[in-house]
Design a protein around this ligand. Structure first.
Ligand SMILES: C[S@@+](CC[C@H](N)C(=O)[O-])C[C@H]1O[C@@H](n2cnc3c(N)ncnc32)[C@H](O)[C@@H]1O
Length: 236
């Protein structure tokens, strides 16, 4: 059985942890967690475990991922039960690939444990289905933040043509540019758009707008927590 788990912590509400991850945390001997993982979830960790906030320790620089991989491999080498706890679902904008590759290269077996992703928590907050029969037949999970700290090179025209719901992670920083690309690609300015801050957490906030107004609405709201953006007719 694996001794190393790459597990999703969900969007923040501890009740949205999977039972599997909660059980693993109660037995873990080492937990390496992201900064977004809150105190109520950390309180579920075995009190004897070594707990490392790799978000804080490694900062936001792009080189930090290499250090996280190094720490993970180092922990795996001790033979203890290791949980690498990531916000949301580890397979969605979670740098899962790098960590799996590092473990494989070092010869360690591991298991991935899914989690509830932010878009699901945002949809629940809005009491909205992200897909709708006939009007929103697809869901596109995209990042608003490219690897080179700019706007990612999405095929904006294809996204606009698809007519589905856009779930945009890490979209706040480059939002004016992102909205500009979507409008240039043919999406209508009045298309419903919503920002959900801190979905599932006590500070949860919903900022409703249309696509053209979304950047200004978000600036006015001045969110301090993580923000998930949703765009499309499903949000009407
Ligand atoms: C590095 S990505 C990690 C996503 C995560 N793996 C997931 O599945 O939700 C971080 C981004 O996820 C979104 N996010 C994470 N938790 C959130 C929450 N509780 N409410 C709103 N957005 C959230 C924000 O867009 C944030 O910038």
């Amino acid at each position: 059985m694996a001794r190393i788990f790459l597990a999703g912590a969900g969007p923040g509400d501890p009740d949205l942890l999977t039972l599997k991850t909660a059980r693993l945390l109660s037995r873990a001997q080492v937990v390496l967690h992201d900064s977004l993982v809150g105190p109520e979830i950390l309180a579920l960790i075995n009190p004897e475990a070594e707990i490392v906030d790799v978000g804080k320790r490694c900062g936001q620089a792009s080189t930090a991922q290499a250090e996280i991989c190094r720490l993970l491999v180092e922990a795996a080498g001790t033979g203890r039960l290791v949980v690498r706890l990531k916000g949301g679902d580890p397979a969605i904008f979670g740098r899962l690939t790098e960590e799996m590759e590092a473990l494989r290269a070092a010869g360690f077996a591991f298991e991935v444990v899914p989690g509830v992703t932010a878009a699901s928590a945002a949809a629940a907050a809005l009491e909205t289905s992200l897909t709708q029969r006939r009007t929103a037949r697809s869901l596109h999970v995209i990042t608003g933040h490219g690897a080179e700290d700019g706007l990612p090179a999405h095929d904006w025209a294809a996204l606009a043509r698809a007519g589905g719901t856009l779930a945009i992670y890490m979209g706040s920083k480059h939002l004016p540019g992102l909205v500009g690309r979507l409008l240039d690609a043919g999406l209508p300015p009045e298309l419903p758009a919503v920002a959900v801050e801190a979905a599932s957490l006590p500070g949860e906030r919903v900022i409703r707008a249309n696509l053209a107004q979304l950047p200004a609405s978000l600036v006015r709201a001045a969110p301090s927590g993580p923000v998930l953006l949703l765009v499309g007719v499903a949000l009407a």
